[in-house]
Design a protein around this ligand. Structure first.
Ligand code: ASP
Length: 572
């Protein structure tokens, strides 16, 4: 179809030019003899002025029209539009297709419920904001393709119908028709394949990879999502992280023209937990958790005796406006973290106030003032118990108060690596991998594999941006015996190891290069760079929080005949 350019390619330099434009009617104002249309195409909006609109009165919003006309200067420019200084005086307007009244307003601000937006996703996607997110997403992928190509990576596709890969979630299963009773699993990530590609001699692999995990959904999770998946051979941790920092710098520059300062700092996991109460800390504001156990070394308060940790968070400037109700809420929140309670004190006129004061000695009060440099109007929150509960609780409060007190400056980014994660986490029944079972233990901790797995730190790293885990990876085990041992610690039987990973550890016998890799979450990166905290905004056709696609209705029942062919009977 004839079209001379996109709407926003035109400017005041094009005045008097004859143009042909195509797009959707975004707004119409019919003044009888004269009609104004806002014409929207992918690039944006331009105003069309129709001086004789007598035969166009049926035109409605979202009609597809082709406009021929001449560019003119507007007498009253519209500063909100990129093309606000100009308009096109139409000589011909052709309706190419009509549109029913749309069930949602096609504009950045819409009051439609998210479920309506998802049912009519193709209309929701017409909103400029939604197109912007996809644009950012595309720019990220292009920056990644270009950077990785420059550094000799090649993109290799790995199977979607495969065997289960252990990333700690439930698998999506696909029944095999040819082998009734057998199932493929959709990959939770290409982890095993990318490691096999290293054994296969590729040295540098990447893939914009689709991953599938059957988990409970949250604001930043989807059942199918996308990673920029990477694996390399022969690089140590420093070399690898440096290479990846270059990639993230390029991505920020190309998408939002933001200069990331390198090198990124590297924060050990334990320090992240102690200081911020999170392994993905939002480091854009300075509220820190403090260890005050020493202050209570001789405490007479039973709740502080023989506990693993006593930690404090000081929120400056809020004590006077902290009501009884807020303090009750802090206690309620503590219960969610299985902490029996929490101590809240205020600093007033150079001293502490609060019902807990009666349990504190003079010396302890002095200790708190000294250690925490307390000032008038500070709110002091102290939590005691197991580290694994106390730290996440105070970490969550830290973020809540930062939001409440507007401590985070819009448009700022803070990036860092969190490193030295524990290799295992304790479960009720034994050990599980903190990252995945292919992560290499620190050489000096290998000796604890038999005696004290909880002690072992790993060569694992996450990249954290503004409190989001934007990616993560590790150096990998490349010794068959160590890999086998890890599976044993994880409680896999000899038979399980053989059935699930036999082909994989067999491959280790044929000259496996030391290798390392990571995956960036493409959806999360798009959220961060696009400026939304809803993952569904950055995926063209996402599922809702119940893992349903409200547009297509997936998942759905299938024909009896299909089930028969697969040898499947549904339990009632
Ligand atoms: N496969 C890992 C993940 O999906 C990333 C990696 O270790 O490369 O989190």
């Amino acid at each position: 179809m004839e079209r001379t350019c996109f709407n926003t390619e035109l400017s005041e330099l094009d005045v008097n030019k004859e143009v042909t434009l195509i797009g959707w009617v975004s707004k119409r104002r019919d003044l009888g003899s004269i009609m104004f249309l806002d014409l929207r195409d992918r690039s944006g909006i331009i105003q069309i002025t129709i001086q004789d609109s007598s035969n166009l009165s049926t035109i409605r919003n979202e009609y597809v029209v082709q406009v021929k006309g001449k560019v003119a200067l507007k007498s009253n420019p519209n500063p909100n539009l990129k093309t606000g200084k100009i308009e096109v005086i139409a000589s011909e307007v052709k309706v190419i297709n009509e549109a029913k009244t749309t069930p949602l307003i096609i504009a950045d601000e819409t009051d439609a419920l998210e479920d309506t937006r998802l049912v009519y996703r193709y209309l929701d996607l017409r909103r400029p904001k939604m197109q912007h997110y996809q644009d950012i997403r595309h720019q990220i992928k292009m920056a990644a393709h270009n950077y990785l190509d420059k550094y000799h990576f090649i993109e290799v596709e790995t199977p979607i119908l495969t065997l289960s890969t252990p990333e700690g979630a439930r698998d999506y299963l696909v029944p095999s028709r040819v082998h009734p009773g057998n199932f493929y699993a959709l990959p939770q990530s290409p982890q095993i394949f990318k490691q096999l590609l290293m054994i296969g001699g590729f040295e540098r692999y990447y893939q914009i990879a689709r991953c599938f995990r059957d988990e409970d959904l949250r604001a930043d999770r989807q059942p199918d999502f996308t990673q920029i998946d990477i694996e390399t051979s022969f690089l140590d941790q420093d070399q690898f992280l440096t290479l990846m920092e270059g990639l993230i710098k390029d991505i920020f520059k190309k998408t939002i023209n933001y200069d990331v300062k390198l090198p990124l700092r590297r924060l050990p996991y334990q320090e992240a937990m102690d200081k911020y109460g999170s392994d993905k800390p939002d480091t854009r504001f300075d509220l820190f958790i403090n260890d005050v156990k020493e202050v209570f070394a001789n405490t007479s308060f039973n709740g502080y005796k023989e506990v693993e940790a006593i930690r404090a968070l000081v929120i400056p400037g809020v004590a006077s406006e902290t009501s009884r109700k807020v303090i009750d809420e802090l206690t309620l929140e503590a219960k969610k973290f299985s902490l029996p309670g929490v101590t809240v004190l205020k600093v007033e006129n150079g001293t502490l106030v609060g019902s807990f004061l009666k349990f504190l000695s003079e010396e302890e009060i002095k200790g708190l003032f000294n250690d925490l440099s307390l000032k008038d109007n500070d709110l002091l929150i102290i939590a005691a118990g197991n580290k694994t509960r106390v730290l996440p609780y105070l970490g969550a409060l830290r973020s809540q108060y930062a939001r409440k007190l507007n401590l985070i400056k819009e448009g700022t980014y803070d990036l860092l690596w969190v490193v030295d994660f524990p290799l295992f986490e304790k479960t009720d029944t034994g050990w599980t991998s903190s990252h995945h079972p292919f992560t290499r233990p620190k050489d000096e901790h290998l000796k604890y594999l038999d005696t004290d797995p909880g002690q072992i730190l790993s060569y694992a790293y996450d990249i954290v941006i503004n409190g989001y885990e934007a990616g993560g990876g590790s150096l990998r085990i490349y010794d068959q015996k160590v890999q086998h041992k890890i599976f044993e610690v994880l409680g896999l039987s000899e038979e399980d190891i053989k059935r699930k990973f036999g082909f994989f550890i067999d491959a280790f016998q044929y000259g496996t290069p030391p290798h390392a890799g990571m995956a960036f979450g493409l959806d999360r990166l798009t959220m961060i760079l696009g400026g939304t905290d809803n993952i569904r905004d950055v995926i063209a056709f996402p599922k809702n929080l119940s893992a349903v696609c409200p547009m297509s209705g997936a998942p759905n029942v299938v024909d009896e005949a299909q089930l028969d062919e697969l040898g499947i009977q549904i339990k009632k």
